[in-house]
Design a protein. Structure first.
Length: 101
């Protein structure tokens, strides 16, 4: 199992769904742009939930500390996954641009 699969499995266990492209179903798979858009949307939603949990904790509106921490960590993990995906995409783009034909 590769490192990316470990991260995707860990993220899916946290309740974040990330579409995984299967090489056998490339023709009928999810387009990369759609996958990226759904990942950004889910990351934004997790961040909003984390902000609400922390605000609720600070206001004393019945949010438990552990719930706020879990929401914050979910948002952080989703952001880190998106950041690493961006870094890999930029690296691949730079590598392709440096090729000589």
């Amino acid at each position: 199992m590769t490192g990316v699969q470990h991260v995707l499995n860990a993220v899916s266990e946290m309740g974040v769904s990330a579409p995984v492209a299967n090489p056998a179903t490339q023709q009928g798979g999810v387009p990369f742009g759609d996958m990226l858009q759904s990942m950004v949307t889910e990351t934004r939603d997790l961040d909003t939930k984390a902000q609400q949990a922390v605000t609720g904790l600070m206001n004393g509106s019945g949010v438990e500390v552990h719930d706020a921490m879990i929401a914050t960590e979910k948002a952080d993990m989703a952001f880190e996954l998106g950041l690493q995906l961006r870094n890999k995409a930029v690296g691949a783009y730079q590598q392709m641009m440096s090729m000589q034909f």
